[in-house]
Ligand binder design. Sequence first.
Ligand SMILES: Nc1nc2c(ncn2[C@@H]2O[C@H](COP(=O)(O)OP(=O)(O)O)[C@@H](O)[C@H]2O)c(=O)[nH]1
Ligand SMILES: C=C(OP(=O)(O)O)C(=O)O
Ligand SMILES: [Mn+2]
Length: 624
Amino acid sequence: MNALERLEKLLDREQFEKIRAIDNPKLHEFLAGWIEWLEPDRVFVCTDGEGDENYVRWKALYYGEEKPLETPNHTVHYDNYYDQARDKANTRILVPGGKEIPFLNTKDREEGLREIRELMKGIMKGKELFVCFFVLGPRNSVFTIPAVQLTDSAYVAHSEFILYRKGYEEFKRLGRNADFFRFVHSAGELDERKTSKNLDKRRIYIDLQEETVYSVNTQYGGNTIGLKKPAFRLTIAKAVREGWLSEHMFLMRVNGPNGRKTYFTGAYPSMCGKTSTAMISWENIVGDDLSFIVPFNGVARAANVEKGVFGIIQGVNPEDDPIIWKVLHSPVEIIFSNVLVKDGKPYWNDMGVEIPDEGENHSGKWWRGKRDAEGNEIPPSHKNARFTVSLEHFPNVDMEALEAPCGVELGGMIFGGRDRDTWPPVRESFDWKHGVITMGASLESETTAATLGREGVRQFNAMAILDFMSVHLGEYIENYLRFGEKLRKAPKIFAVNYFLRDEEGNWLNRKLDKGVWLKWMELRVHGDVDAIETPIGYIPKYEDLRRLFREVLNKEYTREDYEKQFTIRVPELLAKIERIERIYREQVKDVPGELFEVLEEERRRLLEARERYGDYISPFALEG
Ligand SMILES: Nc1nc2c(ncn2[C@@H]2O[C@H](COP(=O)(O)OP(=O)(O)O)[C@@H](O)[C@H]2O)c(=O)[nH]1
Ligand SMILES: C=C(OP(=O)(O)O)C(=O)O
Ligand SMILES: [Mn+2]
């Protein structure tokens, strides 16, 4: 029996016709094999029709994975109390022989496939399987990658309808020529709260060879939404193979003088400010998490992989995030996850309004002071609680850029992380290579609640992408360096640090200061302002920032604040180079020699500056 004949037996007539309309034997084989293996009670195939999307929305409520809130189109979803973040330990890249690759969590491919298949055998008995088609990137463009998702979670399917462009018609159009990604997910057995129960058997396995990701016994979006972080591992490998960039970057428009539009991408690790930067209310958002960047006639052009936001809700407040706040309080389609709910209203930590003392949250029934099994006090919402919403609902979205089949020309690329004591708030690299190596490849950041495990630990996190890396880091950096050489005009590279602290641990910057750094970078891309040359790149002049603080935030920016923030901290910078160099020499090993040369040059510049100015160099000393 061929695959189509098997599918005819497995599906009811209506669903079968939807599959038959796609002329793709590889797809048929994949579907027939997995439906037989997973043994769902029912299968629903989603086309691009509004009715099918509605069916998925309704099923999320019907099966209890989501509950309606007071505001129309708002729902809440909970993940298991111990399933609130990405599970790095159980996320594996499957490679033949289980070959060790630095900073990757690998597993022998055969063994991994056997294990995951065993875990998934018959796992959908009694459940409904949703077969969904989407594309990564804008439809019918140079960026488009078709993908099929199988999941028994209506919440996961629903999230994907909000976050990705529909792809059923694209599969039909491409027929047997479609080169597509595959995602197979099961939430596994659910408890009475409809959250995944068998967390000890939680696995996320990535098969680069077949471009397939398996995810089981988990619901948290970072582990399960196939087109998001699971697909990211596949696109990184594809980009390195094909000579473009697939990055953990927001994409936004910064509005310059006289209506000038300049586009930036920015890579910061999870929970380090991508969404909050891209959402700055007076600029325009294109994407907040994942970008594809291709060389196109000598310029770098970027597109958002997604069309929605799966954003962190903690700290969203009316002053700092007026636009998100407004969207979250309007009757557009939103899934709130792992927040506190009381009388049908959602609440979250640090929202700037009073929060009730009891209700329901990610721990079940909640009251202030409640402790978990480990004795930790449970806050109203989880730190990694999120909202899922389409970008079309944001008044500041740049729709034209979001839908542009050729993407937008990039003016600048930004790297940043949680760094309490080393990097200044903003600086510009000397050139592409200097930026790629001393900013991107040298990125370190403190761990956050976006992954399971300890928080606040400084960790190497090259290009903010290490959690998702699927190829040898040396190869990835080599691809980055060569990418710049394909360009007539490379984007300028910048580094930011929103998280500097003083000795007492107080932040040196306010959350909206980033809006000023963005305006400065925009001016630098066009050579409109001068800058101060330092051993680690160019930093802003005080006068320019003072003017921008006044224009952008209507605030006075003092010389004292500037000096504290932009002091060149030589001992910390030297120690960092030491750490980074050791990591590349001892752990990564096969890495382009240029990396060591550029780090060495930076060290030499710092040592020379120290001779002349001492350990902590005031930016005023370097001016002139
Ligand atoms: N102190 C401080 N916190 C920030 C700043 N920007 C963002 N955050 C917080 O960092 C957390 C993660 O931010 P988000 O933009 O969602 O990160 P993403 O995961 O990279 O998209 C949120 O709790 C924000 O409130 C900032 O400039 N300063
Ligand atoms: C979805 C995620 O993305 P981010 O925190 O980068 O927004 C995640 O890390 O799980
Ligand atoms: Mn985000």
